[in-house]
Design a protein around this ligand. Structure first.
Ligand code: FAD
Length: 461
């Protein structure tokens, strides 16, 4: 018998037969993605264990002065420092935009909190701690436990092997009905491939290991990249360095341009090559004798613990094949990923992704057939190819994140994205571009702040 035929609810809200509603689920990581995933799974009635290799929650938002032994992060045996935060970091989204949808990130009248609209990083960690306490999540987390291996068993369950981080020998092996991967993707550095780097005599460092500007004092620095951290770090270093030369893909060729407002910062084209004499040769024909190359060139998706017999791969930073950036069809719904999209507002996006996963695991929401999911993925990849978008942009959602969020929200029966959040996001993005030094302290969208507060009233006791 087919229960869906008897069901009065819409076709995609049905209860599959023969499978218990409540699943045993392992969540890997207790950052902002893993925490909200734990909450959604728990709310849906699943049993949840969160594995977290650090001794505290928060992932990216746990600042550490420690850096890695290999400053460009190539040595596979290096001790990993998870977070890429630098000491001075302030968020790059207005806090009201940034927070989870039903747990507003508003200023709190408590000691040692940072009420600014674009607060420093510690305020985010404090917010995540509040979130974990308010939803009773701490008890679900196994701190100091690193997942070393995840693989499918013949009985359809997943074997999860974990160990105490400081103890490399004793593994705990367990079986789970499902695994949700929330391990973050700002830890494994990606560096530019530049001819001559192997003989170039200067120092190299990846922004993952950048904390404070002091080591750059009086140095001639070439900084590669133009994304968020490159913008912040280049300005911070300029205060102490002798010269800062920014090399970016986006800079047009032609002569190097002085950065407005600075007398020791230049914008260059991409690097052509570097030489044994310490020279850095740019495509625009200019050459600089530099002491340090700072790679602000982004990160790689990295799942060293995941064993899928080659079914799920990372190819030129495309994690695939994945339906809606979440489920590999071959293993859906028992294996899923939360938090892969970038150029997005991560907290609310992860909230919706995990709500959807939780509802699918309990059978309240259903997935299309494997064939239909694969066809959807194929169509997505083909459309990228037709538009000449490189593979490494697969999870870049820049212009369609709100469509994506709203698609998930509709699946979950949740409210769509708030109008103020969309507008505030686009305004802040524009301001960040046009006034990178001042956007965190000057704005003129107070009307949207008021709208956000009117909306938040229903969530703030
Ligand atoms: P993470 O926070 O990285 O958490 C992953 C967790 O998984 C970690 O705690 C890690 O220890 C754990 N883990 C990994 N592997 C294992 C394993 N094998 N076993 C057990 N545990 C494991 N976002 C914003 O919204 N606003 C901002 O202003 C902003 N600024 C940023 C600035 C920088 C420099 C960076 C790098 C990111 C910034 N982000 C910002 C994005 C930020 O990464 C996300 O906000 C978010 O914190 C990502 O959460 P996550 O849970 O996906 O990953």
């Amino acid at each position: 018998t087919n229960m869906t035929l008897l069901s009065p609810t819409p076709s995609h809200f049905h209860m599959p037969q023969n499978s218990p509603k409540n699943k045993n689920v392992a969540v890997i990581g207790a950052g902002s993605a893993g925490l909200v995933t734990a909450r959604e799974l728990h709310r849906e009635g699943h049993s949840v264990v969160v594995f977290e290799r650090e001794n505290q929650l928060g992932g990216t938002w746990v600042y550490t002065p420690a850096t890695e032994s290999d400053p460009i992060g190539i040595d596979p045996n290096r001790e990993i420092a998870h977070s890429s935060l630098y000491l001075s970091l302030r968020v790059n989204l207005p806090r009201k935009v940034m927070g989870y949808r039903d747990y507003p990130f508003v200023a709190k009248k408590k000691p040692n909190r940072d009420p600014r609209r674009y607060p420093g990083h510690k305020e985010v960690l404090d917010y995540l701690k509040d979130f974990a306490v308010d939803f009773g999540l701490i008890g679900l987390v196994r701190f100091g436990m690193e997942v070393g291996h995840v693989g499918l068993l013949e009985n359809g369950k997943w074997k999860v092997s974990s160990k105490k981080r400081e103890n490399d020998v004793v593994f705990v092996h367990e079986e789970y009905d499902a695994v949700v991967i929330c391990n973050g993707h700002y830890t494994e550095p990606r560096t530019a491939d530049i001819p001559g780097l192997e003989v170039w005599p200067g120092k190299q460092i990846h922004s993952h290991n950048y904390r404070v500007p002091d080591p750059f004092r009086d140095q001639v620095v070439v900084l590669i990249g133009s994304a968020a951290s490159a913008t912040d770090i280049s300005r911070e270093i300029a205060e102490v360095a002798k010269e800062v030369h920014i090399s970016s893909r986006s800079a047009t060729s032609g002569v190097p341009l002085k950065l407005p407002g600075y007398d020791n910062v230049w914008q260059h084209s991409m690097i052509e090559s570097v030489g044994i004499d310490g020279g850095v040769n740019f495509r625009d024909g200019s050459k600089v004798l530099a002491d340090i190359i700072l790679h602000c060139t982004g990160y790689k998706y990295h799942f060293p613990f995941l064993e899928t017999n080659g079914i799920v791969t990372v190819d030129d930073n495309r994690v695939g094949p994945l339906y809606k950036h979440i489920f590999p069809p071959a293993f859906a719904p028992s294996l899923s990923f939360v938090g892969l999209p970038w150029k997005v507002i991560p907290f609310p996006l992860c909230e919706l992704q995990s709500k959807w996963i939780a509802g699918i695991l309990s059978g309240r929401i259903s997935l299309p057939s494997k064939e239909d999911m694969n066809a959807d993925i194929e169509a997505f990849y083909s459309s990228m190819e037709a538009s000449c978008i490189p593979k490494r942009y697969t999870h870049n959602m820049d212009d369609y994140q709100f469509d994506y969020d709203d698609w998930l929200a509709a699946e979950c029966g949740s409210p769509l994205s708030e109008e103020w959040r969309k507008q505030m996001y686009f305004i802040s993005r524009k301001n960040k571009k046009t006034q990178p030094e001042t956007y965190r302290d000057q704005w003129d969208d107070d009307d949207l702040i008021i709208q956000a507060h009117e909306d938040f009233v229903k969530y703030i006791p």
